[in-house]
Design a protein around this ligand. Structure first.
Ligand SMILES: Cc1ncc(COP(=O)(O)O)c(C=O)c1O
Length: 386
């Protein structure tokens, strides 16, 4: 029999983060008391007023196909959000609402990458970019950023030999490092993108999760960047709406029009009542976002203190998102994570999953109860002989 599966998918590996959390789930199913710090899902419930909006929409009968690009109410809310929060003016046909920010990234890659085109990733980078690039028949090329600071410099950007580079994915606040790019770093990426004539996919999913008074800056708002940037955002992280699957993107019409075809011809649209809820979230009071941020902020201090007290572990203070990315004294991260799960029943993500300069680190999600974090670090300290 012939090989039925497509070659472009055979090299794509299952997400390393999902593999760890699957093993953690399997252990849990066996009745083991696993403390799972490997996921990227807020522990807070979706705020009540948002849930209520969706329930009312369903009761009203808003359960049919919506317009593919998004319902007008949500597109208008997204348009206002981009203008107010990011200084970005988009016409309605420069926007698209997708089931999750992930699909917006994937659709943009499918819309822009030709077979063999290179897509630059600043390492460490979120685990789902590389498979997305491969599925789009592109070639992922990591730009290694130096641990521990992972600073983006013009030298680091220029150090990579990628003559076919067409796209660069830029993610700040960053998963997994918890770093927030400075104005200088954003400028360096913007200048590099113009110098090399690149399209930038700006992944701003963690925009609202910033600590110590930091302010988010969109790279698309830099001089010369609007027409070469697709800005991706979504409801998952800021509003604790991961399961609702709702994201959106804004960018130049020509690229959005092609990404829209991928979206329309694959998933048709995001769900109708989820879009109502998302509009309500963007239009309504933002107190719940601020409250959740406070919770993450206190968790991040707990995590950094506890990790830095463990010999051989060093954890810079996360600046944004809800991840800590401590170094583990040059140890290999996969056996380290595996042993931690086997010996201490604590699930973390091996840093190597995020690219070459992620090795020697683990990612810890602190979007969980403080009591779980405390128990996890107690176990970790014991297992690591502290
Ligand atoms: C950096 C980053 N981008 C995008 C996403 C996708 O988010 P969603 O598809 O839930 O909107 C995630 C989710 O973990 C993420 O961490």
């Amino acid at each position: 029999m012939r090989e039925f599966t497509a070659a472009r998918l055979r090299d794509v590996e299952e997400s390393a983060t999902i593999t760890v959390s699957d093993k953690a789930k399997a252990l849990k199913a066996q009745g083991k008391d696993v403390l799972d710090l490997s996921g990227g899902d807020p522990h807070f419930p979706t705020p009540r007023h948002i849930v209520q909006e969706a329930t009312e929409a369903m009761e009203r009968g808003d359960t049919h196909y919506p317009p593919s690009r998004g319902i007008p109410r949500l597109l208008n809310a997204v348009q206002r959000k981009f203008a107010q929060d990011n200084g970005l003016e988009y016409a309605l046909d420069e926007l698209i609402v997708t089931p999750g920010g992930k699909l917006a990234i994937y659709a943009t890659l499918m819309a822009t990458v030709e077979p063999g085109d290179e897509v630059l990733l600043l390492s460490p980078a979120w685990v789902s970019y590389e498979p997305g690039i491969r599925i789009a028949s592109g070639v992922p090329v990591y730009v290694p950023l130096e641990p521990e600071e992972y600073r983006i410099t013009p030298e680091a950007l220029r150090s990579v030999d990628a003559p076919r580079a067409k796209v660069l994915i830029f993610n700040s606040p960053n998963n997994p490092t918890g770093r927030v790019a400075t104005a200088d770093e954003i400028r360096a990426v913007a200048e590099f993108a113009q110098e090399r004539d690149l399209l930038v996919i700006a992944d701003e999913l963690y925009e609202k999760l910033l600590y110590d008074g930091r302010e988010h800056q969109s790279i698309a708002a830099q001089p010369g960047m609007r027409d070469r940037t697709i800005t991706v955002n979504g409801m998952s992280k800021a509003y604790a709406m991961t399961g609702w699957r709702l994201g959106y993107a804004g960018g130049p019409r020509a690229v959005i029009a092609q990404a829209f075809k991928i979206h329309q011809q694959s998933v048709t649209s995001a769900a109708t009542f989820t879009q109502m809820a998302a509009a309500c979230a963007l239009e309504g009071p933002q107190d719940a976002v601020a409250e959740m941020l406070q919770g993450y902020d206190s968790n991040r201090r707990l995590v950094a203190d506890a990790l830095n007290a463990i010999p051989g572990v060093h954890c810079p203070m996360p600046e944004g998102a809800f991840y800590a990315f401590p170094s583990i004294e040059g140890k290999e991260s996969i056996p380290f994570a595996r042993e931690l799960l086997d010996d201490a029943l604590v699930a973390v993500t091996p840093g190597v999953a995020f690219g070459p300069t992620g090795e020697g680190h683990i990612r810890i999600s602190f979007a969980t109860e403080a009591s779980i974090l405390e128990r996890a670090f107690e176990r970790m300290s014991k297992a690591l002989g502290a």
